[in-house]
Design a protein around this ligand. Structure first.
Ligand code: F6R
Length: 364
């Protein structure tokens, strides 16, 4: 049941500290506190290229993983949505790792892409929430999110647990390739181990985000901006808002604003900025200033330092915990979920069963 919550989506958002912890505990050795993946039928050290394929929110989890795998594990990554990948005759070198991300494990296009990769000499690994699913059965190995059943059509806890497992995979690949020092690996594992506690702190902003939603619900269009691994979180925030509140929303890489989208900015367009305290914060803040100069109304999600630096630009801001930038995507996913949720509730839409959408897309 929904417990104390009005909707499954709210229950699932608030379960995140627990299920992120469960997903992590399954992959972190309790005595060494190091990540250890289940045994794989191939050697991660031999993987020269990773191909990631998924749809929707699961695709955005893969997009975050691309940033992680390239910057931390130094392995080249290709990523595509399954409905494009499967028809574009992608070139795959033997022995690559093909990674399929799917909550349900049944998404038709992702499954077709999986079969293509299997026929083309890839080591096929699926990251699924349903271990009995078709994709799990057809893969050489599986990684599992322990999110428990997700009932709300809009994916929430599946996404953050996917990110959690993908962060673990990144550390395992980095170690196998000798791309990370033991000290840095220990720092990143420690940051991951602390995510459930930090996620709990993020959820404490629920009331304040509901207040921001009272403003956002009046908008016709909403933009979401982020750079680096926060760019997929901007895309996910926009997807969440459009699918449950039916407000038009777009996510953009913050640096792309001046190449077109900035023409959309006026004082009727809220601009949600995903701005963790990473090496890209300065650049994101300049994009915020450009937006404000054109009348845009900025809603900033950042840490205390970022919020302070945007205090004259942002109409609203939410101060998230200061964390290692590596884990920021997991935590910054939560306020965008809450914002979409509250806007939808205020608009009175069917939050758990949005129009035209199905939980599992088994048709092409
Ligand atoms: C969005 C959403 C969808 C799914 C997509 C893939 O909130 O839930 O975009 O992420 O349909 O589904 P799975 O992960 O089951 O393959």
């Amino acid at each position: 049941g929904k417990g104390e919550h009005r909707h499954y989506m709210a229950k699932e958002i608030f379960e995140q500290p627990q299920v992120i912890g469960d997903s992590l505990n399954a992959l972190v050795n309790p005595s060494t506190r190091a990540v250890s993946l289940p045994d794989l039928p191939f050697d991660l050290a031999t993987v020269r290229r990773v191909t990631i394929v998924a749809c929707g929110t699961s695709y955005y989890a893969g997009l975050v993983a691309k940033y992680w795998l390239e910057s931390v594990a130094r392995v080249p990554v290709d990523i595509d949505v399954a409905s494009e990948f499967r028809y574009r005759e992608p070139v795959l070198e033997d022995g690559g790792l093909a990674l399929f991300i799917s909550q349900s494990g049944e998404t038709a296009d992702t499954l077709a892409a999986l079969r293509y990769c299997k026929e083309h000499g890839q080591h096929v690994v699926s990251l699924v929430n349903v271990p009995e699913s078709t994709m799990a059965r057809e893969s050489h190995a599986i990684l599992q999110t322990l999110a428990g059943p997700e009932i709300g059509v809009a994916s929430t806890k599946a996404f953050t647990t996917q990110l959690t497992v993908l962060a673990c995979l990144t550390l395992a690949v980095a170690r196998a390739r000798g791309a990370i020092s033991a000290a840095r690996e220990a720092e990143l594992s420690q940051a991951l181990i602390e995510v459930p506690a930090r996620a709990g702190e993020v959820l404490n902003h629920d009331e304040r985000i509901r207040a921001i939603a009272e403003d956002v619900m009046l908008a016709r269009d909403v933009l979401y901006l982020g750079r680096g691994a926060s760019y997929p979180i901007a895309l996910e925030g926009a997807l969440k808002l459009k699918e449950i509140s039916y407000i038009h929303a777009e996510g953009y890489a913050a640096g792309e604003m001046k190449h077109g989208p900035i023409a959309l900015i006026d004082d009727s367009v809220p601009v949600v900025v995903i701005a963790p305290g990473d090496s890209l914060l300065d650049k994101t803040i300049s994009n915020v200033q450009e937006t404000v100069a054109r009348g845009g109304r900025v809603i900033a999600f950042s840490d205390a330092d970022g919020v302070e630096r945007m205090k004259d630009s942002a109409v609203y801001s939410i101060t998230l915990p200061a964390v290692d930038p590596f884990v920021a995507p997991i935590l910054y996913a939560i306020p965008v979920q809450l914002l979409a949720y509250h806007v939808a509730v205020l608009k009175g839409t069917d939050v758990d069963q949005p129009r035209n959408l199905a939980k599992s897309v088994t048709v092409e």
